[in-house]
Every structure is written in structure tokens, then in C-alpha cells.
Design a protein around this ligand. Structure first.
Ligand code: SIN
Length: 342
């Protein structure tokens, strides 16, 4: 009797130990065990379609992170403004609701005027010139210029150079007169449109197609890849290839989130961002020009190529914008930026 009770007790104790051990190993110890570590989540909203320079770069970032930091970091990319607008993403990043954004430099005007230089018309002749300027001490200093607004830049990604689209052929700056132009949220872009006699309307990217379709605005400026992927060409019968301005992004994180990461994860993520930046900035022109080709093939929009003299006329017409902003941007900085054209 005693012996059988003793064995029963021993069996119960060892069963209990086994159950506890299993609970600890499975990480579901009912309060006594340890939680299995969940991967750190990076929510990454953006506003362009997946098949754009930014859309492809964001997906590649996700893919590389989830390969190299498998089980430790997960990335959720939300393209096409399906989660929020760019404007809202600045607040969401500051409040820690999302962890990463890639926002057009023009839209940072709300936080600082330091990025206005990128919007000056005809300042940078091409993407390599922009890239050299971004790699300069000033360009790299910009990455940390909004930490007080809870935004830490990690890198710059290109989209491309902007073109004008509209309801009628725009060969000369005079042909823009009286047209309502949708622009990004930037005072330099506003001045640029006023300079050619247009009526600028700041508007979120997700609203542009409908605004063009309904005639709420007549015209807009954007890159080939955005005009193609957001179908603006379907409702804009003419596109003038001006290459008059730069559209690029600041890839940014919340600085508190970044500082909270374990050192090894933070340095691996920083490395991945740099690798993806090189890849993305090589791809951007290919994707952009593919957009142009597809627009031409569609036959829905006529592409107007300017002669050198015609392009010079646009350049002259917009040049006073530089003077308007030379005090706030800094005449020295503008001169320095010009030197990166070679
Ligand atoms: C983007 O490329 O992120 C959007 C640009 C725009 O708002 O026009």
C-alpha cells in the first residue's frame, strides 16, 4: 500500500516536472515560463505602386531583411497609400505607429526648409549630379537634420526627373498659363508653377488621378514611372519631357525606435539599407524609362520632346524661383550644388 502510493507520488512529481519543462521549452509556461521572442516588426507604408522605383526598393528591403534577419525582424510593406498618405506618415513615424518611411524630399518642407534645394527647377541636370550632392557633407548632414521631429534619415533613394503633363501640348512655358497644376506639398514647387503663370494646388498623391479625371486640376508634374503606374497618362493626353526637377526620397526611421534596436540588428539593417540603396538607385532609371516606353506604346498620351532652345526657354522662365529662395536656401549652397553637375 505504502509502496504503491510512493510510486504514484513519484510518477505524479515526474509528470509535473515534465509538463513544466515542456511548458518552458514551448514558451507557454502560464506566467512562469518565458515568452518566445517575437520578431521586431517594421511597418513601412509608402504611396507609389509596387512597380515603381520606390515600390521595388521597399520590397527588396523586406526580402533581404527577412533572409538575413530571419525570425528576428519582419517587414510589412504597404504600397499605394493603402495604409496612409505621405503627410500622415510623418506623424505616424513620430508617434511610433510605423517604423520606416520613404518620403519625397519635397514633402519634408513642412518640417524643415533644408531640403528645398532639391526642388529648385533645373538645378540638377541628372540623377548622377543629385547623387554626388547627396553624398557631400551637406547632403549627409541632412540625414540627421530632423531628429528633433522624430525623423532620422538613413539614405536617399531616387525616383527620377519630373515631366509636365496636361490637357494640351505644352511646348513653351507660356502654354502653362492659367492651368491648375497639382503639386506636392512644397513652397518651391508652388513658386515654380506661379512663375509660369499656372495655378498650383497642393494635393496628396492618392487623390491626383481622380482630380485629373474630373478636371479638379488640369495638369501635374511627375516622373515617367509615376505617370505610368498611377495611370495619369490615361487622363493626360500630353506629356512634355522637360526633366525640369528631381523626385527622390528620404528613407527614414523613428530615431527612438532605431536606438532601441539591439546593436547587431541595427548595424545589419543599416548595412542592408546601404546595399538596397545602391541596387535601387541603379534600377530607378531603368524602371522610369520603361514607364515612358509603355506610355508611348499605349498611344493614350503624346510625348513631346523639346529642342534645346525650347528647353532653355522653360529654364529661363523658371529661373527667378532661385532668387526667391536664395536667401532661405543659401546662395552659397546653390552655387555648391551646381558644382556637382560634373
Ligand atoms: C512619390 O513618388 O512618392 C509621390 C510623388 C507625388 O506625390 O507626386
Amino acid at each position: 500500500m505504502y509502496i504503491s502510493n510512493h510510486f504514484t507520488l513519484v510518477r505524479k512529481i515526474s509528470n509535473g516536472i515534465l509538463i513544466c519543462l515542456a511548458a518552458i521549452l514551448l514558451g507557454c509556461g502560464g506566467g512562469g515560463g518565458q515568452e518566445a521572442a517575437k520578431p521586431i516588426l517594421i511597418k513601412f507604408p509608402h504611396v507609389t505602386a509596387p512597380a515603381t522605383p520606390k515600390g521595388e526598393a521597399a520590397e527588396r528591403f523586406k526580402q533581404v531583411v527577412e533572409e538575413r534577419l530571419a525570425g528576428r525582424v519582419a517587414v510589412e510593406v504597404y504600397p499605394s497609400a493603402q495604409l496612409m498618405s505621405d503627410d500622415d506618415s510623418l506623424d505616424a513615424l513620430a508617434f511610433g505607429e510605423v517604423q520606416m518611411i520613404a518620403i519625397s524630399l519635397s514633402k519634408l518642407d513642412r518640417l524643415t526648409h533644408k531640403f528645398q534645394i532639391f526642388d529648385l527647377p533645373f538645378l540638377f541636370p541628372d540623377l548622377p549630379a543629385v547623387e554626388r550632392f547627396q553624398a557631400s557633407d551637406y547632403g549627409q548632414g541632412l540625414l540627421r537634420s530632423m531628429v528633433d521631429s522624430k525623423l532620422l534619415g538613413l539614405s536617399f533613394w531616387h525616383n527620377g526627373m519630373k515631366q509636365f503633363s496636361g490637357p494640351a501640348p505644352m511646348r513653351t512655358p507660356e502654354s502653362a498659363k492659367g492651368l491648375k497644376f497639382r503639386i506636392m506639398e512644397s513652397d518651391v514647387l508652388q513658386a515654380q508653377i506661379l512663375q509660369i503663370g499656372g495655378n498650383p494646388q497642393k494635393m496628396a498623391f492618392a487623390e491626383v488621378y481622380q482630380a485629373l479625371q474630373t478636371g479638379a486640376v488640369d495638369a501635374q508634374e511627375n516622373t515617367w514611372s509615376n505617370i505610368y503606374s498611377s495611370k495619369f497618362y490615361e487622363v493626360q493626353p500630353y506629356i512634355t519631357e522637360t526633366n525640369h526637377g528631381y523626385l527622390g526620397y528620404l528613407v527614414a526611421v523613428n530615431p527612438d525606435f532605431w536606438a532601441s534596436l539591439p546593436d547587431d540588428i541595427r548595424s545589419e539593417l543599416a548595412l542592408i539599407v546601404q546595399e538596397v540603396t545602391i541596387w535601387a538607385n541603379e534600377q530607378s532609371t531603368i524602371i522610369d524609362l520603361a514607364g515612358k516606353e509603355k506610355i508611348i506604346e499605349s498611344g493614350q498620351s503624346e510625348v513631346i520632346e523639346l529642342t534645346a532652345d525650347e528647353r532653355a526657354a522653360w529654364q529661363r522662365a523658371m529661373r527667378p524661383v532661385w532668387d526667391t529662395f536664395s536667401e532661405s536656401i543659401g546662395a552659397d549652397l546653390i552655387a555648391a550644388a551646381q558644382a556637382y553637375d560634373k
